[in-house]
Design a protein around this ligand. Structure first.
Ligand SMILES: Nc1ncnc2c1ncn2[C@@H]1O[C@H](COP(=O)(O)OP(=O)(O)OP(=O)(O)O)[C@@H](O)[C@H]1O
Ligand SMILES: [Mg+2]
Length: 244
């Protein structure tokens, strides 16, 4: 569904990514791990079109999108979440999701257009899908951190994406919410979505991912099944035996 081939990114004289190649297929979850500053978020930005790579190419469903905007890629079925929360705090959970549903709809986007009953049902479906039924009327700013991350997921799912890029969807959430988010993201993958997920919770990545890619100093150290990757000597050295 999405692939990077020989991607490099140089900014301000520093080479942040070197020759990164990876693919994520339909119904597959690729975990992207690596120490702080390894280039994980930079890679997600390049895959989603927020940043242009200095070299290499990106394809979405075999179409070259290297020069396409993030908006164009979103129309091709790509959705993403950000490492830090991106919600409208003064709106309710339901209103946040409704904006995402409307933005994903065929009509030109207008937040002032009245929401039809179909969009209301879609909002309810999305909130149920992230285990937040009945939270629709709660202001986003009053939600727990875990619920905020679930809400972001609901918003990313509003466009019915075929590819979903998640940058640390579980950062800073409670153990209970980690379990909930793990289940939800697993269900998204099982529904046939190609998922690439950056995550520091190692037990989650190793348990959930079909394949794991390890970035270190902007280079891909290893890609493979979780057990293969964790037994790789170079990977163990990169982590100094810590997280693994
Ligand atoms: N716009 C930029 N300009 C200059 N340097 C950047 C820019 N964006 C990222 N970097 C640098 O690139 C490197 C990789 O950053 P990136 O955010 O991709 O890492 P990461 O693997 O996501 O780290 P973390 O686990 O902390 O989220 C870091 O050294 C960072 O300082
Ligand atoms: Mg990051």
């Amino acid at each position: 569904m999405i692939s990077a081939t020989g991607v490099g990114w140089k900014v301000g004289g520093a080479q942040i990514l070197h020759d990164v190649s990876l693919t994520v297929g339909t119904g597959e979850l690729l975990g992207i791990i690596g120490p702080n500053g390894a280039g994980k978020s930079s890679l997600v930005n390049i895959l989603s079109g927020v940043t242009r790579p200095s070299s290499g190419r990106i394809t979405v469903q075999d179409r070259d999108v290297t020069r396409s905007s993030a908006t164009a890629r979103a129309r091709m079925g790509l959705a993403r979440s950000f490492q830090t929360s991106a919600l409208f705090d003064g709106l309710t959970a339901g209103e946040n999701v409704r904006l995402a549903v409307q933005a994903a709809g065929p009509a030109p986007f207008s937040p002032f257009r009245a929401a039809g009953p179909a969009s209301g049902r879609r909002v309810d479906d999305l909130l149920a899908r992230v285990r937040m039924p009945g939270r629709g009327a709660t202001l986003a700013r009053d939600l727990s951190h875990g619920d905020r991350r679930k809400l972001e997921l609901a918003m990313a799912l509003a466009s019915s994406p075929s590819t979903l890029l998640l940058d640390e969807p579980m950062a800073g959430v409670s153990a209970e919410d980690v379990d909930g988010l793990t289940e939800i993201i697993g269900e998204v993958r099982d529904s046939g979505v190609a998922v690439a997920m950056v995550e520091h919770h190692m037990h989650v990545v190793l348990g959930l991912a079909d394949r794991v890619a390890v970035l270190h100093h902007g280079e891909l150290l290893a890609v493979g099944a979780p057990a293969e990757v964790t037994s790789d000597e170079r990977v163990q050295q990169a982590y100094l035996g810590e997280a693994l």
